[in-house]
Design a protein around this ligand. Structure first.
Ligand code: 0RA
Length: 649
């Protein structure tokens, strides 16, 4: 047997040596954690394939204290019989031959892994060691490799009653540098997504690296429907159950299946996630275009038929406002625009998705006319908002809002005329406004006190005039000096280049009312001055929740946790030390110095910058800020605070 065997194994070595030499080409950057985690996806994908083939319901991923990781499934087990061409076991071929993935089965078996990547052998190549354990035909087999080279034969080590495969590996520390530890959260997030996209597949992740083990389990019988539900978890949805759409078309290469779940909520932006063979396509592609075309024509058609549409057609943006959707395509041979698979370009997919969605969504509207009307109404509101923003400049000009009065009387402007260094604080209430005026750095900080609640513009979209009659809104427009209306192309439309301040800082009380006012302000900015948000000019001040004092020492806490830490710290070795704890209910309770020190001093303050990197984040942001979900809000603050700190340097 040895001749063929040697020839085969030389080929194997050459292949794997290439991976070791240039891991970046096969697995991504070995220094920033991406290749390291890619190894996991690569191994897990094989088990997911077994699920897709209908033979596996559980994947167990375990992070071990020796920096190794194991993936166990309960599928058929890798075949152990002799591979004719190479003269070694099929298992060894899979473990050592690049791209050996789907050779054994020419059905549509390889849907995820085979297309995803380079196969488990590439991971083997960059592993200090890898072990495969196979449960098959009542027998347990094991084989071990080091740096991709086998160091034992495939040995029988016992008997069993189940079937399945376990692959364990330890990434080679001579290849992976800088980030060398598996990141539990990253793994958890990714595998959660995987289980959403594979209805019924249970994925259990166990972290045994710390003394106390940590387990996370994902199992969604509802698949992408539950995924959409979760995206909309904290939103007011227009219909309780996501619309589930399924279709298939057989093309020359095999069957293309499309699966979608759609659900509209009262959120502002759209949130559509696209996948091909379980891999996320961040930039969408032909499946996305198919969906968009179908949505626009279907919803316009329905609106007309029901006489709900008076004026122009609804735009694509209008019908997608507030939509959360998952599009999952399975394709036997997809093409992408790049190696990273960010965009699907297989052209036949557009038509397939379009036809399926158009048909099924029409059917859905016929069967659920009241929901159809809610969705059309929501799109009409979005359309009105857009129209309103467009009309806004004319109206404000006619009313002389922009030119007429000059700067508003309530504005305590700053001395500098250099917008780059200037900031404007939008402060709720006169008393807080007073403290802010006294405490500020008057050279660069302007204060605009806003009285009471500003208008909820969302409810007034049908009546733009009313929005612009609102005193607080007029005041803001005049103070900012950059016009109004989201379209910069419009004359008088909001133009960040004209902004008199580079930072628009919303400063409200740290309570429910404050959160509400902040939401109203953000809603106004979103609808009428969106370039300010897009350009990163909008900030949220973070006043402290507590003052802690011991004698002459004053310290401030921004969360309950921090409060407890500071109390411990101040007590030091004396548990009986007297610590004064003051809870700030509003900004008004702080004197000017305190307000400066804790919230306004650019050297020491923490602010949130309102950023819109992705629609997803926009959505989450608005909810995060509106809701009272404290952990979520804290996570948000932590995530953005860093960015802001950097910015302020
Ligand atoms: C090739 C053929 C068959 C199964 C597998 C590979 C397989 C590979 C992996 C990798 C991890 N877990 C896995 N489970 C299965 C089909 C074998 C048959 O027809 O019985």
């Amino acid at each position: 047997m040895s001749d063929t065997y040697d020839a085969g194994s030389i080929q194997v070595l050459e292949g794997l040596e290439a991976v070791r030499k240039r891991p970046g080409m096969y697995l991504g950057d070995p220094h920033d954690g991406s290749a390291l985690h890619h190894c996991i996806w690569e191994v897990v994908d094989n088990s997911v394939d077994e699920h897709l083939a209908g033979f596996n319901d559980i994947v167990e991923v375990t992070l071990l204290p020796d920096h190794s990781l194991s993936v166990r499934d309960y599928g058929r087990g890798i075949p152990v019989d002799l591979h004719e061409e190479f003269g070694i076991s099929a298992a060894e071929v899979i473990m050592t031959k690049l791209h050996a993935g789907g050779k054994f089965d020419n059905s549509s078996y390889k849907v995820s892994g085979g297309l995803h990547g380079v196969g488990v052998s590439a991971v083997n190549a960059v592993s200090e060691w890898m072990e495969v354990t196979i449960h098959r035909d009542g027998t347990i087999y094991r084989q071990r490799f080091e740096a991709g080279v086998r160091v034992t034969e495939l040995e029988v080590i016992g008997t069993c009653e189940d079937t399945g495969t376990q692959i364990s590996f330890k990434p080679d520390s001579s290849i992976f540098t800088n980030i060398t530890e598996f990141d539990f959260d990253q793994i958890d997030t990714r595998l959660k997504e995987t289980s959403f996209l594979n209805a019924g597949l249970k994925i259990v992740i166990t972290d045994e690296r710390a003394e106390e083990q940590h387990v996370s389990e994902h199992h969604y019988e509802g698949g992408i429907t539950e995924f959409v539900r979760q995206i909309n978890e904290r939103r007011e949805v227009l219909h309780p159950d996501p619309v589930l759409i399924h279709g298939e078309k057989v093309i020359e290469k095999g069957p293309v299946t499309v699966e979608l779940a759609l659900q509209w909520s009262d959120a502002f932006s759209e949130n559509i996630l696209c996948y091909t063979n379980i891999i996320r396509n961040r930039d969408g592609g032909t499946h996305m275009s198919g969906l968009r075309t179908a949505l626009t024509s279907c919803i316009n058609g329905y609106a007309k038929k029901k006489n709900l549409l008076k004026g122009d057609n609804l735009s694509g943006d209008d019908v997608r406002e507030g939509l959360a959707a998952i599009v999952s395509v399975k394709h036997p041979d997809p093409s992408f625009s790049s190696q990273t698979k960010d965009k699907l370009v297989s052209s036949e997919v557009t038509g397939i998705v379009q036809t399926v969605v158009y048909e099924k969504l029409n059917e859905y509207f016929e069967e659920n006319p009241s929901i159809g009307k809610l969705i059309v109404d929501k799109a009409l509101l979005a359309s009105k908002a857009r129209e309103a923003a467009r009309k806004a400049r004319d109206l404000t000009r006619r009313k002389g809002v922009l030119e007429g009065g000059g700067l508003p009387g309530k504005l305590a402007d700053c001395q500098s005329r250099n917008p780059e260094e200037c900031e404007i604080y939008l402060v709720e209430g006169d008393s807080a406004g007073g403290s802010a005026k006294t405490g500020r750095d008057r050279r660069i900080q302007a204060i605009l006190p806003l009285r009471g609640k500003i208008l909820n513009v969302e409810r007034q979209m049908h009546n733009v005039a009313k929005v612009f009659q609102n005193q607080e809104i007029q005041t803001m427009i005049r103070a900012f000096g950059a016009g109004v209306g989201n379209n910069i192309e419009d004359e008088g439309g909001f133009n960040t280049e004209k902004l008199r301040y580079s930072k628009l800082i919303i400063m409200t009380d740290a309570d429910v009312d404050g959160a509400h006012i902040r939401t109203l302000m953000l809603t106004f900015l979103w609808r009428f001055m969106r370039p300010a948000i897009d350009g990163g000019h909008v900030y949220i001040a973070q006043p402290p929740l507590y003052q802690l004092s011991k004698g002459k020492i004053n310290r401030y806490a921004f969360s309950d946790e921090e409060r407890d830490d500071i109390i411990d710290d101040l007590k030091g070795d004396n548990p009986d030390a007297k610590i004064g704890v003051q809870r700030y209910k509003g900004l008004g309770e702080m004197n000017p110095e305190q307000l400066w020190e804790t919230t306004m001093n650019p050297e020491t303050r923490t602010m949130l910058r309102v950023t819109v990197k992705e629609a997803e984040e926009t959505n989450r942001m608005f909810e995060t800020l509106m809701g009272e979900d404290v952990p979520e809000r804290r996570a948000f603050i932590e995530r953005y605070a860093k960015e802001v700190t950097n910015l302020d340097i």
